[in-house]
Design a protein around this ligand. Sequence first.
Ligand SMILES: [Zn+2]
Length: 450
Amino acid sequence: MSQSNRRAFLGQLGSAAALGIPGLRQAAVSPQAATAAPQPSASASYDLLIAGGRVIDPSQKLSAERDIAIAGGKIARIAENIPPAQARQVFDAKGKIVTPGLVDMHTHVYKYGITLNVDSDVVGFQSGVTTVLDCGSTGAASFLGLRKYVMETVATRVYALLNISTIGLIVTNEIYLDPAMINARAAIQTISNNRDRIMGIKVRVNGKHSDLAHDLEVMKTAREVADATGLPIMMHWSVEPEMLAILKRGDILAHPFNPPSPNSSNLFGGDTQAEKVLPQILALKDRGIFTDGQLATTHHSWEVSEKATKQGWFPDSISTDISRAPDGSPASVLVPMTEFLHLGMPLEQVIAGVTMNPARIMNFPEKVGTLEPGVTADVAVLDLQQGSFDYGDQTRQTRTLKQQFVAAATVKGGIFLKGAPPAAGRGGPGGPGGPGGAGGRGTVPGPGGR
Ligand SMILES: [Zn+2]
């Protein structure tokens, strides 16, 4: 966040080349592949081939060099050495990481509708993210604006959790203002009218012990709505056993790494901090309750995240909320991914936190977070840049990281939304605009475009 860090970061970014991934084996073209390659282009059976990258898809337990063939907006095949002549367009992903389109489990993308927001396409497709979940920016009285002006207009796929307070985040202490705004009937009605977009209920308790009686009442209403609609609750962090007892299998607890404060809580408690992750938190896993982890510059203290991860504690999903990247721009999920990698989370687990796990936690109507053949072709191509990068937390402490994720290309529904390769040579097969496909919006920025 600091200006000097920002300048240093920008300098590094300008000079740092996107290096290869350490430990990634050299992309060797086997003699068989070389002989198989020249095939008549008329027989091209795929629209797009993403070739030679390290494909990491935890949903298929896959982490290896593979080619991905896409046809009709769907994943057609994943294999080694798919002949390029079988595709109308080829993207060279050598030295890069290729994953399912990333999913950000916690954003606020109601641009112009609420004060604290980020642009869904900046934290979305421009960053390898094809699906985001807006967590409670709107309630029953304001959801339709989010639906009409964001969900139905932007290129990134946007779903939402409905705030249990009808006013949503038009004001930020929305559950403490007026008990009349905590309205189960209004929430149930809005959810039943928008089942295709609302994936759950959001409850922004602040986790203070002195608010316990009030928070229990709000959570009881949220429970009623969740039980009536069959949707999960995402609750802001609390360590109060009575609050945690209201959560059921499939619910989510968010913001584990809050800075120690009497006004909130984290994995270790509130103003008094325990040495170990609290037992009622460790018990969540067996109860089937998920945790969603934010790093970057909101709800994050490096001291807390370091203490927790040293004890082997990592969240199920990884998300941003409203955070800033080191250069001051809105943080996409690439920022916490970079930080979790720094904290020792294995690469495959980091990718699972933004692909397979969000898809498991939320019952999204579209099958996302996987590259299984047959699903909509959402793909992220990432560089793991090597260098020296300063990342700050909410308390303005920084850590210097040795590598960071950068988005090289994003494909949604088989269409490049970012980083399309140069058009094939003159007379080559396939017209401009790349492959046709379901769900895409057809904006095709030039190569290197942001
Ligand atoms: Zn939030």
